[in-house]
Design a protein around this ligand. Sequence first.
Ligand SMILES: Cc1ncc(COP(=O)(O)O)c(C=O)c1O
Length: 454
Amino acid sequence: MVASRQTLEDEYGARFSGSRRLHERARETLVDGLTHDSRRALPFPIYVERAAGSRKWDVDGNELVDWVSGHGALLLGHAHPVVAEATRKQLERSTHYGASHETEVRWAEMICELVPSAEAVRFTSSGTEASLLALRIARAATGKDRIVKFGGHFHGWHDYTIRGRGISTDRVPGVPAAVDETVTILQPETEEVALFLRDHEDVAAIVVEPSGASWGATPLRPGFLADLRRITGQRGVLLIFDEVVTGFRWAPGGIQELTGVIPDLTCLAKILAGGLPGGAVAGRSDLMATLEFGRALDQPSRKIPHYGTFNANPLSAAAGVACLELVADGEPQARAERTASDLRRRLNDCLRDTELPGFVYGQSSVFHIVLGSGTAADSEAADSGRYDPAALLSASSTPIATAFSQAMLLSGAHLFSMGGLASAIHTEEDVEITVEAFSRALQKTEGLISSGVS
Ligand SMILES: Cc1ncc(COP(=O)(O)O)c(C=O)c1O
């Protein structure tokens, strides 16, 4: 049955009344009642009480199939018994030794075993910090200031990369103009990059989400990464892959393993720490040497200072090692990929059956949903970087997306930004429930979708 936007909101308000009450309370102390901009949901976000495997339960007792997967961190699902046990054991031995420990060594060894570009590692506490540190290393190693990033690509919320995280490249309040002047945002087109590097000798590095912006919401054209590697190599510019989402997910060694395109530096986080906070920069040992005491590129005064109370804390290290050991053979990634591919196919079938405008696409174990424009046949164009990137990037911030996300929650599935990331423990039943939820949500929002309100 088609629901009006008001009816949908009323139904949402009634079903998630405990969440509404908590959100009202949250607004008293938490800015906007939130802790992360991506968790904003209208009319209010859901509040979760517990999660296990591929499911979560909100404070009203609603069971949901979880496609948020810890913002992509949970390739093994919630509370995987092996990861949970390793974390529990570590908890009893302390969460912070204020000293070095063997687990951090093992953790770094595993990164070097799995990630092709990793000759040396430095841990951080988040992906944002990893990207911040990678840029500092690149600048210190080259003696140049400019960073090139791509429109829509997200590298955490620090000053250097927050501009251009979506379609807009407007200045971000609080970021100094002097910082903005050192960062150039280009489109991921070979010719554009080649011309820019030809005309600018001050570029230290190019940083890229190797899946394309926003975990593959706007996939890159085939061959673009190889082009980047060639062009940067010719110009003495460093290449940084931000594999915070794709690392250990696209393959145990990330997109660099799959494509054979090896960056100079790699940013890691999310799956790296098995569902706990953690990040790392890994890369060429001559570049990482900028962090070394005493022999930073033979100029001791150029050592990069780097601190962080919770870097490689024993709890995250224990969870990270347990997780990486489980994902090292590629089997969990293959399972998650089969699930996502099945889901993408079946959701596109739903759209074909209803003849509503929209399509579902995505690489590896992720899926992205566009509603209100295009047809299921467009998923191939989207996947090969031939669909309008602006349309793909904005698909998660339209009124259709707001209403559809509400309708999906009412039907038992929690999407992440009009899409999701499969884990290795999502089941056929999860897919079945999600396909049914999708079809009910399409019915509820049919009026909006067919009018293409965007
Ligand atoms: C590609 C990418 N880089 C960096 C980050 C920042 O990581 P964190 O949220 O751990 O700071 C994210 C977070 O979603 C990301 O998707």
